[in-house]
Design a protein around this ligand. Sequence first.
Ligand code: HEM
Length: 219
Amino acid sequence: MGWFTSFWNSSIGQKFVMAVTGICLILFLVIHLIGNLMIFGGADAFNGYVGTLEHIKPLIRVIEFILALIFLFHILNGVSLWLANKKARPVGYKINGSSKNSSFFSRTMIVTGSITFIFLVVHLQTIWYKFNFSGGKEINLYEMVTDLFGYTWYSVFYLIAMILLGFHLNHGFQSAFQTFGWKHNKYTPLIEKTGTVYAIIMAVGFGSIPVYFLFGGGN
Ligand code: HEM
């Protein structure tokens, strides 16, 4: 087990954890987006979809628990890698010409990641927690979600967070593949493009929901 502990604590081990958890989150977002788009079908479509999830509640609870662990490892490792990187290069990018060695997206991962984290806390508190811990009250999730997006600040906050999430995913996607060692003259540009297309689909897909409500949808 000694090799495992030293791999786990090494910077390559931490990067590996980032990549594996990152890929899981990338897949989760695809599923979550497909479910959320039901909002555009109105109350029956959206509540129907939520009702299907309610039928498999025990399984959903297990998935949520695993998802929470994945988020936790991803966030803690990300902060730890960022701190180690900062310690190793205290003056940092000013000396070696930042834009030549790294992209805007890679340099801002800690900022876009932190804002996504703040978004997640607000999101889970205002929707997931209120829905799941309603004290036995029957909740109409469609009504609850549309009421929330009725607040301009809430929709604008979501929209900004989704754009920054797109930035985060744009770098995260290709970075995960790089960590797995898949660097190739032919395939790397393809992976980068796929990552950008994925990030745009996620930002536009999730972002379309607050935009819809900002322009008076759902009434
Ligand atoms: C417009 C954007 C979004 C909307 C309208 C939305 C809506 C919802 C709703 C209605 C739920 C509770 C019911 C359900 O499980 O489907 C939920 C749960 C959740 N959301 Fe979102 N979501 C959005 C974006 C995001 C993003 C970008 C993330 C991750 C960064 C995220 C992470 C989660 C998590 C972790 C849960 C709890 C686990 C789960 O029940 O699936 N959501 N969201």
